[in-house]
Design a protein around this ligand. Structure first.
Ligand code: UGA
Length: 430
C-alpha cells in the first residue's frame, strides 16, 4: 500500500531512481543531499545526469528535496541510505559517506527508524552500523540491507519491474520488518520474489551478482582472444554457447571489457573482502586480470596496424561514456584508450553525442558532438560502446571522409561489409 513516509539520503543514480519511483507510486518521499546546487536543481525538476524516463518521475508531487541538516527526520518511517561507496584507492570500500549519512540520521531522529542501506557495502557492514548506533544512542533504530540491481540507462525499468528484490534484516522473524518491505515492494513485484535473508547474505548477494556478470564478460573476452589465434569467430561461439539456457546469452558480448561505476569497483571490493578473511576467489582474480589486459590487447592491435601501414597517427574515438545511453564516463574504456593513445603520440579526436560528466583530470578534454567533424582528417576510427548510432556506420561514408580503418572495440559492425572499402579490425573474429 502506497502510504509510507520515506526519506532517501543521496540523490545519485541509485537514490534518485528509488525515491522517484516510490513517490510515483504514491508514497511521500523526501530526497536529501549535502550538495546545495543539486537540491536546488532537483527542486526545479533539473536532473544532474541523464537517465531515460527519470525526469517524468521526478515531477511527481509526492517527491520533495531537502538539504541534509535542514530538517528533522521524525516524520519518516524509513530512511534509505544511497550514497557513494567508492574504492579507497586500494580496492577497499570507503564507507565514509555512509557513516556521515548515518550520523545525520542518528542526530535528527528522536524516534525509532528503519534504516535501509541501499549503497553497495561489504558483507558485515549493516551489523557494524547497528553496533555503531547502539554506541551513540538509546533509540533502537534497525539497520537493513536492500541492495539495488538497477542498470544505468534502464534504471527505471529495473526498479519498477525487478526480477527479484533482496532484503537483509537483522531478525528474519520480525514480522513488522517483513510487512514493511512487502508493502513497499508489492507494487512492483510478486511477494514470492522478495527475498528475505540475513544482512550479510544480502550484502554479499549484491557483490556476487555483479562479480558473476563481470566474470561472464571476462570469460567471453578470454575466448575472443583465443578465437583470434585459432581462426574462430567469437560471435558464432557466443551464439552457440548462449542458446544453452543454463549459460544464457546475455553478457556474452566480447569487447573492450567492463567499465562503469559498479563492476570495476565491486569486483575489487569483493576480492578485498575475501583477502581480509584469508579466502581466495580464484575465478574473480582471473576476471579482474582479464578485464585489465583486454584493453591493452586491443590497443596493441591499433599500434600494430599503424606501424605496419606507416600511417600518420590521427585517430577518432567514437564514444567516451562507459556504455550507450549514459553520460557517465566512470571507468569508461573510451577514456582509457584516449589516454593510452595520447601517451603513444597519437592525435586523438573524440565524438560523443551526450553532454558528458567527465572526470576532473580530463575535464578539459575536447570532444565533438558532431560525428562528421570528429572524423574528418582522421585516418582511423575506434568504436568503444555498442551505440545504435555506430551500428549504422557505413563504409562508403567513412571512406569519403578519408578513414582507412575501423577498430571495432564492441564487435557491432559487419566486417565483411566494411572490409570491401576499408580495413576492419575487431576482437575475436580471427
Ligand atoms: C551493473 C549491473 O548490470 C546492475 O545489475 C547493477 O545494479 C549495477 O551494475 C550496480 O551495481 O549498480 P551498470 O554498471 O549500469 O549495471 O552497467 P551494465 O549494463 O551491467 O554494463 C557494465 C559494463 O559491462 C559496461 O562497460 C558494458 O559495456 C560491459 N558489458 C556488458 C560487456 O562488455 N559485455 C556484455 O556482454 C555486457
Amino acid at each position: 500500500m502506497a502510504n509510507k513516509t520515506i526519506a532517501v539520503i543521496g540523490t545519485g543514480y541509485v537514490g534518485l531512481v528509488a525515491g522517484a519511483c516510490l513517490a510515483f507510486k504514491g508514497h511521500k518521499v523526501t530526497c536529501f543531499d549535502i550538495n546545495e546546487k543539486r537540491i536546488k536543481d532537483l527542486s526545479q525538476g533539473i536532473i544532474p545526469f541523464y537517465e531515460p524516463g527519470l525526469e517524468e518521475k521526478v515531477k511527481t508531487s509526492n517527491l520533495n528535496f531537502s538539504l541534509v541538516n535542514e530538517d528533522l527526520l521524525d516524520g519518516f518511517e524509513a530512511i534509505f541510505i544511497s550514497v557513494g561507496t567508492p574504492d579507497d584507492g586500494s580496492g577497499k570500500t570507503d564507507l565514509s559517506q555512509v557513516k556521515s549519512a548515518l550520523d545525520f540520521v542518528i542526530k535528527k531522529s528522536e524516534k525509532k527508524k528503519i534504516i535501509i542501506i541501499r549503497s553497495t557495502v561489504p558483507a558485515g557492514t549493516c551489523t557494524k552500523l547497528q553496533e555503531y548506533i547502539a554506541s551513540k544512542t538509546e533509540i533502537q533504530h534497525v539497520v537493513c540491507s536492500n541492495p539495488e540491481f538497477t542498470k544505468e540507462g534502464d534504471a527505471i525499468n529495473d526498479f519498477e519491474k525487478p526480477e527479484r528484490v533482496v532484503v537483509g534484516v537483522p531478525d528474519i522473524s520480525d514480522s513488522s520488518l517483513i510487512d514493511f518491505f512487502t508493502s513497499i515492494y508489492e507494487d512492483f513485484i510478486h511477494k514470492d520474489n522478495i527475498l528475505f535473508m540475513s544482512t550479510e547474505s544480502s550484502e554479499l548477494t549484491k557483490y556476487a551478482s555483479n562479480a558473476f556478470l563481470a566474470t561472464k564478460i571476462s570469460f567471453i573476452n578470454d575466448i575472443a582472444r583465443l578465437c583470434d589465434k585459432l581462426n574462430a569467430n567469437i560471435e558464432e561461439v557466443s551464439l552457440g554457447m548462449g542458446k544453452d539456457s543454463r549459460i544464457g546469452s546475455s553478457f556474452l558480448n566480447s569487447g573492450l571489457g567492463y567499465g562503469g561505476s559498479c563492476f570495476p569497483k565491486d569486483t575489487l571490493s569483493l576480492q578485498n573482502q575475501a583477502n581480509v578473511v584469508n579466502e581466495s576467489l580464484y575465478v574473480l582474480d582471473g576476471t579482474i586480470i582479464s578485464n585489465r589486459i583486454q584493453i591493452d590487447y586491443f590497443f596493441q592491435k591499433i599500434l600494430n596496424y599503424f606501424e605496419s601501414k606507416k600511417l600518420k597517427k590521427i585517430i577518432t574515438i567514437l564514444g567516451l561514456s562507459f556504455k550507450p545511453e549514459t553520460d557517465d564516463t566512470r571507468e569508461s574504456r573510451g577514456l582509457i584508450l584516449y589516454q593510452l593513445l595520447l601517451d603513444r603520440g597519437f592525435q586523438v579526436k573524440c565524438y560523443d553525442k551526450m553532454h558528458l560528466n567527465l572526470p576532473e583530470n580530463l575535464s578539459s578534454l575536447n570532444y565533438s558532438k558532431n560525428m562528421e567533424n570528429a572524423l574528418s582528417g582522421s585516418n582511423a576510427v575506434v568504436i568503444t560502446v555498442e551505440d545504435n548510432e555506430f551500428k549504422k556506420l557505413d563504409s562508403s561514408f567513412l571512406k569519403k571522409l578519408g578513414i582507412k580503418v575501423v577498430f571495432d572495440g564492441r564487435n557491432i559492425l559487419n566486417g565483411d561489409h566494411i572490409n570491401k572499402e576499408i580495413d576492419y579490425i575487431s576482437i575475436g573474429k580471427g
